[in-house]
Design a protein around this ligand. Structure first.
Ligand SMILES: Nc1ncnc2c1ncn2[C@@H]1O[C@H](COP(=O)(O)OP(=O)(O)OP(=O)(O)O)[C@@H](O)[C@H]1O
Ligand SMILES: [Mg+2]
Length: 809
């Protein structure tokens, strides 16, 4: 990175851009139609500036060193960032490689790249538009050798970290002090986000407290293990990059000279380590003077920094995000310019009014109101299902209906608070043949068989990774037991060699011939694969490893019916690798491993346009969809029950709800269930407290099937109008949801109480929706009794007897 060909020079042109000029020629005109505008506007002026409102225009053309753009959801923050990048390139103020743009999720990063490409075409190549994590991995891959890591380092996900911690906790007997892999990992993560390492923590620790002393030891051993394995965990990626920059200012200077423009989206969610990283990057590099003349070369000023954010959308405090980074920006960067954006271009006014009403209940915030010039739009639709299943059915039915009316599946998103909520949705989507995908959380790479296959690749890329080697040692089963594993580990330790080296010297361990043979052939397989890597093709390496190890064959020939699917998953992985290879012909094994470590979801590898997107509210940040379903709006889910114990927890959960609402462009559905199977039991759910904060006239509450009318049907709207209130019929119709004491009523009015209905196998019943059926089995006790019913036409269903709309025949 020393030649100007990759952009470390002083920039393609120093032609200053004259702002007043642009303001005149750019002909800013607030666009009335934000809904169809996805990027480059048409027109005769500069397409980059056309259609921006005056504040947005200012944010695009301003050239102050530090710029903060604060604004509510959908006001064009991300759009301004992309236009700003494009204008820097267009005006030849920067090479693409001098741009570093950072966002929070892979999905957001790829969307931002798309938007920039739409504006610039191939000129966008060579820009770093990425997440914090992937930017840091790229830096670390180049520089890790400087501080004792090899380039092929492994990135441990949280499951890997826990395996390591489990071993450490056990060896220290720290479980008796209450340590678990989960709580130790959370504590370490928090410290790393604060840029503390084991030693700095030890300096402040109180060693007379046995708990604290044990934690210091756990932290230390954990770091030592990772280092020996040539591995970083997720939090290390950021903090180690900061440490690298601090320890090697000359290395940091290379990046400071390279990235002349640093832009950060969703700045409200940066934690301390990320903040420190940005500060390091935008520091002025040491002046670079000509050795002979002493003349200082240009390019020594600090890079320009642009950050955009919205404190109302700060949803990562639990990971150490600090809103102060935004509120104290002006203090940190004296002379910074602050631009406020006000107009929303995404949503209808009804949606915005709901969002405004909800967020205004948070204290300690600057009051700002989202508004649009685009009109009220449709009412929000509310729905109360009597179970999570019924709620999912409503969602599916509405999607079907909208799809028949011409809405593309790709324009629909379903949000939920916890991953567990997807099960009911998935079941019904599959049944109704609605194509869907789960964003940011498909567990593909978390499946055991995929982790096994990946461990083979990792063991080849990073022979120091003992965790990966131990994982594959006896997978598939080759007669190597735990005693041998420990033996190898000890042999390695005693002889000061690596676990991998110990495998090579298996013959010296005095093991039986069969075990020795097994270790040696695995070792040989890995060596062969390593040679193959040098020649190129990752997919061939993987195929060789899979057939050589017998992993697929073992799964294929297993009697366990699940193994068939596992074998298919491994084959799917091979297909993914091939696809990756095709799209990235120059990338090697390490690139592939990096990619998969950072991209949690396999679905990011292909196109999402023809499918409904399912995701958690956290993943939804920054995205937008025509139609949004916000599901599970219940107490204990939203706010999540864990948040109750956190200071600021409920306020953060409210921001999460606000983020969800403001993703919708045209249509918003809010739904909940009155009972939900969760944490292994079916419990009565209460409507979320946040629902009361939405003015009643904004929501059209549909009838629940728990009472008389049919679901999602043709009449609820009329019916609502007729009933106009909360009558004995138990309708939720347009009831102003203002007083807290209404809520318990709602539930009891809604739920019929079959508390003393005696049912047993063989009984025939009638259900208001599913018709007649026969009880097959009754499980559970008391209020949790569940009837397993075979309906004559509707198939098999499980019903919570207490509340199901059933009568015994
Ligand atoms: N001046 C404008 N004219 C037309 N459309 C616009 C304008 N500004 C923004 N938009 C559109 O409004 C939508 C929201 O913009 P954007 O995603 O940039 O908002 P944001 O402030 O980043 O939102 P969030 O806080 O949710 O991340 C996008 O579809 C964008 O193209
Ligand atoms: Mg945005």
């Amino acid at each position: 990175m020393t030649s100007s060909s990759d952009g470390t020079g002083t920039g393609p042109s120093s032609a200053p851009i004259i702002r007043d000029d642009l303001l005149r020629n750019g002909n800013p005109r607030p666009s009335g139609d934000g809904s169809t505008d996805r990027g480059a506007a048409e027109g005769d002026g500069d397409p980059l500036l056309e259609g921006l409102n005056p504040q947005q225009l200012e944010a695009v053309v301003s050239r102050t060193g530090a710029l903060l753009i604060v604004a509510g959801a959908g006001s064009g923050k991300t759009r301004v960032l992309t236009h700003r990048i494009a204008s820097l390139i267009q005006n030849r103020e920067a090479w693409p490689s001098q741009i570093l743009a950072i966002t929070f999720t892979n999905k957001a990063a790829s969307e931002m790249r798309e938007r920039v490409e739409a504006l610039l075409g191939s000129r966008a190549e060579g820009m770093w538009i990425s997440t914090f994590h992937s930017a840091c991995v790229r830096i670390l891959r180049r520089e890790a050798e400087k501080f004792g890591f090899a380039q092929g380092f492994t990135i441990y996900d949280s499951a890997d970290s826990r395996v390591v911690l489990k071993r450490i906790i056990k060896s220290l007997d720290a479980d008796v002090l209450g340590f678990t892999p989960a709580n130790a990992s959370a504590r370490i993560s928090t410290l790393k986000n604060e840029l503390a390492d084991a030693e700095s923590f030890a300096r402040t620790a109180n060693f007379s407290d046995p708990n604290e002393a044990a934690f210091v030891e756990i932290f230390r051993q954990y770091q030592r293990t990772l280092r020996a394995a040539n591995a970083f965990d997720f939090d290390d990626l950021i903090s180690q990059t900061v440490f690298l920059f601090r320890a090697f200012p000359d290395v940091a200077d290379v990046y400071r000279r390279r990235f002349r423009h640093v832009l950060v989206d969703e700045y409200q969610d940066t934690n301390h380590a990320q903040y420190a990283l940005i500060r390091e990057l935008v520091r002025a590099p040491e002046p670079d003077a000509d050795a002979l003349t002493g003349i200082v070369r240009p390019g020594d000023e600090a890079a320009s920094l642009t950050v955009v954010g919205d404190s109302d959308q700060s949803i990562y405090a639990f990971r150490g995000a600090d809103i102060r980074n935004i509120t104290e920006f002006e203090r940190d960067f004296p002379g910074a310019q602050v631009i406020l954006l006000e107009q929303n271009y995404r949503s209808t006014q009804n949606i915005l009014s709901a969002a405004n009403a909800v967020i205004s209940n948070n204290f300690d915030r600057k009051d700002k109101k989202l508004w649009t010039a685009d009109g009220d739009g449709e009412q929000i639709v509310g729905y109360t299902g009597y179970s999570g299943h019924d709620e999912a059915q409503f969602v599916a039915d509405e999607i079907d209906r909208l799809h028949r009316d011409g809405l593309e599946y790709g324009q629909v998103a379903v949000f939920y608070r916890t991953n567990a909520q997807t099960r009911a949705l998935e079941e019904i989507f599959i049944r109704q043949a609605i194509p869907y995908r789960i964003m940011g959380g498909t567990k593909f790479y978390e499946r055991a068989e995929i982790k096994d296959a990946m461990a083979y690749l990792t063991a080849v890329a990073n022979p120091a990774d003992e965790l990966a080697l131990r994982r594959i040692l006896n997978t598939p089963k080759r007669g190597i037991g735990p005693a041998t594993e420990t033996g190898l580990s000890r042999f390695a330790e005693d002889n000061g060699i690596s676990f991998r080296e110990a495998m090579r010297r298996a013959a010296d361990l005095g093991l039986g011939p069969k075990v020795t043979g097994a270790i040696r052939s695995l070792s040989a397989l890995l060596d062969e694969a390593a040679e193959q890597v040098a020649e190129g093709k990752v997919s061939e390496v993987l195929q060789h490893l899979m057939s050589g190890s017998g992993l697929i064959t073992t799964l294929r020939t297993s009697r366990d019916p699940q193994d068939e699917a596992r074998a298919e998953n491994v084959e799917e992985l091979i297909a993914v690798v091939k696809e990756y290879q095709k799209n990235n012909p120059d990338s090697g094994l390490i690139d592939f491993l990096t990619e998969t470590a950072l991209v949690a979801a396999a679905d990011d590898l292909d196109d999402a346009s023809g499918t409904v997107s399912l995701m958690t509210l956290h993943t939804a940040k920054g995205l937008e969809y025509d139609t949004v379903f916000l599901t599970g709006v219940e107490e204990d889910l939203l706010p999540h029950r864990m948040s109750a114990n956190e200071p600021g927890g409920p306020a953060e959960e409210r921001r999460l709800f606000y983020v969800g609402i403001t993703r919708a462009r045209k249509r918003l559905f809010i739904s909940l269930a009155m009972t939900r199977a969760q944490f292994g039991e079916t419990a009565v759910a209460m409507p979320s407290r946040y629902l009361q904060e939405i003015p009643a006239e904004l929501i059209d509450w549909r009838q629940s099937p728990g009472t008389a009318t049919s679901r999602g049907g043709t009449q609820p709207r009329a019916l609502n109008a007729q009933r106009g209130g909360f009558g004995s019929s138990g309708s939720l119709a347009n009831r102003p949801l203002t007083e807290k004491r209404d809520w318990p009523n709602r539930v009891t009015n809604q739920v019929r109480d079959n508390g003393d209905l005696e049912l047993e196998a063989g009984d025939r019943i009638e259900h208001t929706d599913f018709g007649q059926g026969r009880v097959v089995q009754v499980t559970g006790v008391g209020t949790k009794r569940i009837a397993h019913v075979q309906f004559d036409t509707a198939g098999a269903k499980k019903l919570l007897i207490k509340i199901a709309p059933i009568t015994k025949l």
